[in-house]
Ligand binder design. Structure first.
Ligand code: RB5
Length: 149
């Protein structure tokens, strides 16, 4: 069975979403794309909610990808939903750490941001990273879960 990723975006993120779907397909992922497909204005909290609620309620996804103009609004919105840990990395190193240290289950990008490395490279760093099982990281991740209560 193919590995599945869930994705959503607002109007600012349509083109980057299409690029990342192509990349993820090449990497062997099936992408459930819930984002808007036109440049007609939509609200990023609605687009975050769609993907995050389906991720939580349906399950079966390896991780989620969210895109808006800066990545800020859509990641803040996602992090309001219980069970979502959405990272907004600045570069490949941060994308790797988002999985390794924080075990983020969503990764967000800003379609209007000039990243030092491409979003595809950042996504690859996230995918290839392994969640650290060292005690200090487990303790910190458990404390993040506590904050949700
Ligand atoms: C939409 O114009 C823009 O505000 C949105 O894509 C995002 O950047 C918000 O954080």
């Amino acid at each position: 069975m193919k590995k599945k990723v869930i994705m959503s975006n607002d109007h600012a993120g349509v083109q980057l979403a299409q690029r990342l779907i192509e990349f993820l397909n090449k990497e062997g992922y099936e992408v459930d794309w819930l984002g808007t497909k036109t440049e007609e204005s939509v609200d990023y909290p609605d687009m975050a909610r769609k993907a995050c609620e389906k991720y939580i309620n349906t399950g079966g996804y390896e991780f989620g990808v969210l895109i808006c103009g800066t990545g800020i609004g859509i990641s803040i919105s996602a992090n309001k939903i219980k069970g979502i840990f959405c990272a907004l990395p600045q570069n490949c190193f941060a994308a790797q750490m988002a999985k390794e240290h924080n075990n983020a289950n969503f990764i967000a990008f800003g379609a209007r941001i000039d990243y030092p490395q491409s979003p595809e490279e950042m996504l690859k760093s996230f995918i290839n990273a392994e969640v650290s099982q060292s005690e200090r990281h487990i303790i910190r991740r458990n404390k993040m879960f506590e904050l949700e209560k």
